[in-house]
Design a binder for this molecule. Structure first.
Ligand SMILES: Nc1ncnc2c1ncn2[C@@H]1O[C@H](COP(=O)(O)OP(=O)(O)O)[C@@H](O)[C@H]1O
Ligand SMILES: [Mg+2]
Length: 287
């Protein structure tokens, strides 16, 4: 269980991004956090893994307070939290496989990570995940050769190879076309279900949120103004969250597509010669 209590964030600029937010997310629950740009969605999930330092309040994951952890404790706690970004945050010149394995850097020891070497089991797991997200045939491609949807699949595999208990997902479809957006949201939600993973998925697209999440939390100016099932999101509630709009739009359901590839590939130890650690990438990744 993830518990936020009176979570408050004021940036150095004086912006109050979160105003004493209370939120409980039970284990295994997938929650969509909606709200307009600037509502505080990114701030909220970044406070949880402390890419952003909360100003006050408490965040506990399975009873453990996260806001007061030492650097070592924070590193260990972050292993339990996978993050997926809007802009993917891949290392462009590394391969798909290397990007996925970079999700293990929180686990492998200092010397191994220094030499960018990974245990065989990690490599095997990376192949399994690539297969699951439909990218087995692309393991050796460089990240900069992929389409947006493929890049996000790599981002998903990289988050899952950490074997997290909680996924923090920030606008995973904001750079994707509508059909790919649905496929990516479906994949994330299916994987959460398969693995009993809890997730907070920030998403400004109301229809996508309604299609895939059983619980929706609406954020406006740093405050929760809605918490409930998707079918209670009436035009009035949406107006409260987003402001005046025509909310009577209908939901179209996209058909499913491609089956995952299934190449059997050689495995072995992977060496990443260049590039940066996932944490460096994550810290740098924009909103
Ligand atoms: N690094 C920052 N420094 C100062 N203000 C920030 C920073 N990041 C976000 N904000 C402000 O905090 C508020 C919430 O932003 P954000 O969490 O990015 O919202 P969302 O993800 O919902 O678009 C906005 O007013 C934004 O301008
Ligand atoms: Mg954001």
């Amino acid at each position: 269980m993830l518990k936020l209590k009176q979570l408050y964030k004021r940036y150095a600029t004086g912006d109050e991004a979160l105003k004493k937010v209370d939120l409980d997310v039970p284990n295994g629950q997938v929650l969509a956090l909606i709200g307009p740009s600037g509502a505080g969605k990114s701030t909220l999930i970044r406070c949880i893994n402390r890419l952003v330092e909360p100003t006050s309040g408490s965040i506990t994951l399975d009873g453990k307070e996260l806001t007061t952890l030492s650097p070592g404790g924070l590193r260990r706690a972050r292993r339990h939290m996978g993050m997926i970004f809007q802009e993917y945050a891949l290392v462009e010149r590394l391969t798909v496989m290397e990007n996925v394995l970079s999700g293990r850097l929180g686990y492998v020891g200092f010397w191994s990570s220094w030499f960018r070497r990974f245990p065989r089991d990690d490599v095997r797991e990376a192949f399994r995940l690539l297969d699951r997200v439909g990218l087995m045939h692309m393991a050796d491609k460089r990240a900069d050769e992929l389409s947006g949807g493929q890049r996000q699949r790599v981002g998903i595999a990289r988050a899952l190879i950490q074997n997290p208990d909680l996924l923090l997902v920030d606008e995973p479809t904001a750079s994707l076309d509508p059909k790919t957006s649905r496929q990516i949201m479906r994949l994330i939600c299916e994987l959460c279900e398969e693995r009993g993973l809890a997730a907070i998925i920030n998403i400004h697209d109301v229809m996508l949120a309604q299609m895939f999440a059983k619980r929706i939390v609406g954020l406006r100016l740093g405050e929760i103004v809605y918490d409930g099932p998707p079918n209670n999101l009436t035009p009035d509630v949406l107006t409260e969250i987003y402001g005046e709009e025509d909310w009577e739009a209908t939901i179209e359901v996209a058909e499913d597509d491609e089956a995952p590839g299934s190449d059997e590939s050689e495995d072995g130890e992977i060496h990443i010669h260049k590039g940066e650690s996932f944490e460096e990438t994550a810290a740098r990744a924009g909103d």
